[in-house]
Each structure stands twice: as structure tokens, then as C-alpha cells.
Write a protein that binds this ligand. Structure first.
Ligand code: ZN
Length: 594
């Protein structure tokens, strides 16, 4: 059975490039017409009128979703193809133009909800309730249309340049490394590949080179980061937010109380992380892990390859055994050519799943090499796909924008279900250990590593507020201090490893501060849900499907409440830690006579 390529033709009436570009132009035109129709009129809408506007807005978005999806997916499938490039640029341009045209609708809608908040709970708008709630919460922080336009224009040549500068600078550095006795000069992409090398000395050499190379450009990194911190600090105050974290809470649809409870549990369970690093050191035959060993593969990992047919059977049976309907939809993804798994030149690296709301389906891209990781990736992306099948059937378009904190529920659950199956079928201790280490590596990365990065970022704003000059040395001290609070002395660090912050792109993204905690949130949320599944068995499945079906129509807190849980209470998050502890004990039991 050959590895499939996806079929995108269902997305559009015609794949002729000129017709696609005409469609995108029509989208911009229709957006302008929509805005003109409602400009200055939104303040006087009643509930029925508002409902009509929202339905028309959804209909407009769905009308052009196929062509947008087609252009963006075609590009990810071959980024070297000139036609795909041209269509992708046209799609991006059209998206920006349509967005600008619609800006006034967002501002006027916010003003209406501030003036008449009772509309949010009007029965005529019941299926837009949470969407409107979120709009209402954001509204007091919006400035006037003219001010917003000036900010957008200035940011384009200001704060938004920083991320491009960082990635360009990093991608043009040379990293001098000695590998197997040979001196080499590597680019950042090659260096990253060697970070997971089975040879310990190679990993160490690569980490040393990264640290010393980053340190050399200290002035650049610290100046950029200080500028970003100062810009965000100025903007959150100008927009009337109470803290630098608050804008992200709105975007991620969670409360400060939930993030507080989450971080309290992360910090109260750092012993678990340190205990895992102790186990991993033993499996690697070491006294203590070096920072260059954290993601190291186990030496005993069996080099097993999976055919595409085996992978398909594994993923389908994983979902089918959990729930018949989800299993059927997973099958639909294969049958309808919604998966592009071939390895090809020019294809985007990594993997993703993209929702096609109008088609009540999704598309998956990955580069399949037949390793266990690839099987896991497909199970992960398939979780996103069945999540999409559920919410696109249950919700209107406005409720199909799932926040980061909830978006990984289907995918991470899928990974755990696959791990269950693989453990059941494993024929050796080494295979079982490999599966458990993969789960726990992922867990410690999302919960503890992302957790300490949250502490680091919060400390930057505290220091900035206290008037401390954030130079390279000070930033590195804060990085090290946050790291020590989580890792203790379970890890040995290299001299220059405190410069590691400089290489992470999310520190430089415009408009995306506190990027890390949604990943901590998602991982621990799903571990808690998986724990409930283990406790309740099949009874849990309908409640879980209801959670996924909600899309963005309810907040994470409301979704958890539906399962009888309170995400503002540390006890909910401790459930996730209990599950991690159970996996760790399982790993320990495989090591007893080792
Ligand atoms: Zn994912």
C-alpha cells in the first residue's frame, strides 16, 4: 500500500489558478460590501437584527473558506512550486484586505455589546452567547478605528520586524562543532537535528556550540527582547489591561484563577519532573542527566519500522475501540484522500491538521518515514481531525475557532490511546520503556519546561516594572533562576546554557506574549481527562465527545464543569499529575531487575 498524497480538488469548483485568484478578489469585494452595509448601523440592531448579521458573516466566511484552504494547503504541499507560491501570496493579500475591510464591524459590535450587554443572553442569540461574551470582554480594550489603524501600520515596520530579524539572524549564523573527530561548521537547522543524536559527545558539542554562539550576539538578543517587553508593557496599560498576562487570558479564553491554580500545581510537583530525570539517567546509564541529554533517545530503542498499512490499521483500531463513530470518521479521512503523508522535496516540515468547516472535515499533512514517531504523529493529527468532525457538525462557524488550551484535547488523547494499544502489543521490555519514555518526555516538556518558561517571562515584566535594566546578563540570570526552580539540581548545565532563551522564536513573535502556558494547560488537562477515562471506562466517552463537539461555544472552564470538574481548583490539575506519576511508576516497574 503506497503512502498517500491528499486530494484538494473537493475544496474548490475549479483548480484553474486564474479562477482561484478571481474568487479571492470576490472575497475582498464581498467583505467590503458587507462592511458598507453595516457601517454605522450596528449600534441600532436588536437581537433579531444582530443574529441576522452574525449569520450573514458566518455565511460569508464559509463561502470563501474552500478557496482559502486550497491556496494555503497547496503551498504547504510544495513550497517550491511557482503556482502554489503565487496563489499563497494572493490568498495572504486577500486575507489582509478582507480583514481590514471588516475591522469596523468588530469595533462597532464591541460598542453595541458594551452599551447593551443584555443582548448576550437574549434567547434569539443563544448559539452565539459565548462568542458575544468574548467580544464583549475584549471591547473595552479596543481603541478607536483610527488609533487601531495607526497601531497596525506602525507595528508592521516596528515590533513585527523583530521576529523576522531574529530568525534571519539565527539562520545566517555558523555553529562550529566537532563531530566524531571532524570539525564542522553547521547552520541552525543541522545543529537542531544533532541535538537528538544517539552519541552523547555529539549532543554535548552541539549544545556547547549553541550556547557560545548565542552569547556572542548578546547585545542583539537582549536589545530585541527588552524592546518587546517594553512595547507590551506600554500597550497593555494603554489598552487598560490590569497585567501583562491579561490580554493572553482573553485570547486563550481562560481565567487568571485557572492559570494560577495550574501554575501552583506545576510548581508544587517539580519533584515529579526531577524524579523522571533520575529514571531517564538510569536508562541512559548515567549518574545525572546533562542538559544535552533531556531529549536523548534510549540506547535500547528497537529500530522498528511500520508499513503505511500497519500504521493505518493501528490508528483506525485505536479510534474505533474508543468509539465507533470516531473510528468511522478516521476511516473517512483515509478514504476521501484527506491525508498527505508522502515525503517530498519542497513540502513543509512537521505535521498539522487543518479544519475544513464547510466540508465538516479536515486535512492532515505529515512526512511519513515509518518510525514509531510517525505513527504517533498520525494518531495525534487524527485526534484533531475527529475533533473537527464533531464540532463542525454541532456548531455554527463562529463557534469553530477552538482556543489553544482546548485545541489539543482530541490529539493528545489520541496519542495516549495509541500508547495504550502499543504497550498492550509490545513484545519486549525495551519496547514498553520506549513508549513510556516518549509519553513522559512529552509530558515533562509541555508541563515543566513550558512551565519554567512561563515563570521566566513573568519575571521579565516584574523586573521591567521595577526599573531594572534588562541586559543580556540579567535576562540570562532570570532564565537560570526560573529553570532552577523547576529542575533543581536534577540536571547538569553547561556554562553558556543560560543563553538558550535567545534562540526560541516565540519570545520575538509580535502580539504573542506568554506563549507557553496553553501547552502546559493542554497537556495537564488531557492527562486529567485520560485519568477520568481510566477511572470511568466507556461511560466517559459520550461526555468527552460532548466536550469536543462544543468547539469554541464554551470556555475551558465551562467544558470542565460539564464533566463535574473545576479548573480553578488545584485538585483538578493534581489529577493530571497523578496520571503522570502512574506512568512513571509503570516505567520504574519495567526497570526493577535492570
Ligand atoms: Zn496538535
Amino acid at each position: 500500500m503506497s503512502i498517500p498524497q491528499w486530494n484538494l480538488s473537493e475544496l474548490v469548483a475549479s483548480t484553474d489558478p486564474q479562477r482561484l485568484k478571481d474568487e479571492l478578489e470576490a472575497m475582498v469585494d464581498d467583505s467590503g460590501k458587507f462592511a458598507d452595509r453595516y457601517r454605522g448601523r450596528i449600534a441600532s440592531l436588536d437581537a433579531a437584527g444582530l443574529r441576522e448579521m452574525l449569520e450573514r458573516k458566518d455565511e460569508l466566511a464559509l463561502r470563501y473558506e474552500g478557496v482559502e484552504e486550497y491556496c494555503s494547503l497547496l503551498f504547504t504541499a510544495d513550497m517550491t512550486d511557482p503556482v502554489a507560491n503565487e496563489l499563497n501570496s494572493a490568498y495572504m493579500r486577500a486575507g489582509t484586505e478582507a480583514g481590514k475591510a471588516m475591522a469596523t464591524v468588530g469595533i462597532e459590535l464591541g460598542q453595541l455589546l458594551m452599551a447593551r450587554p443584555e443582548l448576550i443572553n437574549d434567547p434569539a442569540l443563544a448559539d452565539y452567547r459565548h462568542y458575544l461574551e468574548r467580544r464583549a470582554r475584549a471591547a473595552p480594550h479596543l481603541l478607536s478605528e483610527a488609533e487601531e489603524k495607526v497601531i497596525m501600520t506602525k507595528d508592521q515596520n516596528g515590533i513585527q520586524v523583530m521576529s523576522r530579524l531574529q530568525s534571519k539572524w539565527l539562520s545566517t549564523r555558523s555553529f562550529e562543532v566537532e563531530i566524531a573527530g571532524e570539525k564542522r561548521s553547521l547552520g541552525i537547522g543541522e545543529v537542531y537535528a544533532y541535538m537528538h543524536d544517539p552519541e552523547r559527545e555529539t549532543r554535548r558539542a552541539v549544545y556547547e556550540s549553541i550556547g557560545s554562539t548565542l552569547k556572542r550576539d548578546e547585545l542583539l538578543w537582549s536589545d530585541i527582547l527588552r524592546t518587546i517587553v517594553a512595547d507590551h508593557a506600554a500597550m497593555f496599560k494603554l489598552r487598560g489591561y490590569g497585567s501583562p498576562l491579561e490580554p493572553t487570558l482573553l485570547a486563550n479564553d481562560v481565567s487568571a484563577g485557572a492559570v494560577d491554580a495550574l501554575m501552583e500545581v506545576v510548581q508544587g510537583n517539580v519533584d515529579l519532573c526531577q524524579r523522571y530525570f533520575g529514571l531517564k539517567a538510569r536508562l541512559l546509564g548515567l549518574e545525572r542527566l546533562g542538559s544535552w541529554d533531556l531529549r536523548a533517545p534510549l540506547p535500547s530503542t528497537p529500530d522498528r519500522r511500520y508499513s503505511w498499512q500497519e500504521t493505518k490499521d493501528l490508528v483506525l483500531s485505536t479510534y474505533r475501540d474508543f468509539d465507533g463513530q470516531l473510528g468511522e470518521w478516521a476511516g473517512d479521512m483515509f478514504e476521501r484522500g484527506r491525508i498527505d503523508a508522502q515525503v517530498r522535496r519542497g513540502k513543509r516540515t512537521g505535521a498539522f491538521c487543518s479544519t475544513w468547516t464547510a466540508g465538516r472535515s479536515a486535512f492532515i499533512l505529515q512526512s511519513y518515514n515509518g518510525r514509531l514517531n510517525d505513527v504517533n504523529t498520525l494518531a495525534h493529527e487524527m485526534g484533531h481531525a475527529v475533533h473537527a468532525y464533531l464540532y463542525t457538525r454541532a456548531q455554527n462557524y463562529s463557534n469553530c475557532h477552538v482556543s489553544l488550551c482546548v485545541a489539543e484535547c482530541g490529539s493528545l488523547m489520541g496519542e495516549l490511546l495509541l500508547a495504550d494499544r502499543l504497550k498492550g502489543e509490545a513484545s519486549s521490555r525495551e519496547e514498553r520503556q520506549d513508549i513510556l519514555v516518549k509519553i513522559l518526555d512529552g509530558f515533562t516538556l509541555s508541563v515543566f519546561q513550558e512551565g519554567f518558561r512561563f515563570i521566566f517571562e513573568a519575571s521579565l515584566y516584574e523586573q521591567q516594572e521595577n526599573g531594572v535594566e534588562l541586559d543580556g546578563k540579567r535576562i540570562s540570570e532570570l532564565w537560570r533562576a526560573a529553570q532552577d526552580r523547576v529542575y533543581g539540581d536534577a540536571v547538569q548545565w553547561l556554562d553558556d546554557s543560560e543563553w538558550d532563551w535567545a534562540r526560541f522564536p516565540h519570545h520575538y513573535f509580535a502580539g504573542t506574549r506568554f506563549y507557553n502556558y496553553p501547552y502546559t494547560f493542554a497537556q495537564l488537562f488531557v492527562f486529567s481527562l485520560y485519568r477520568m477515562y481510566k477511572e470511568q471506562g466507556p461511560e466517559f466517552v459520550p461526555a468527552f465527545k460532548e466536550l469536543l463537539s462544543a468547539g469554541s461555544s464554551r470556555s475551558a472552564a465551562e467544558l470542565a464543569a460539564g464533566l463535574g470538574m473545576d479548573i480553578e481548583s488545584p485538585s483538578f490539575w493534581r489529577k493530571g499529575m497523578e496520571q503522570a506519576r502512574a506512568f512513571m511508576e509503570e516505567l520504574e516497574s519495567t526497570m526493577e531487575d535492570q
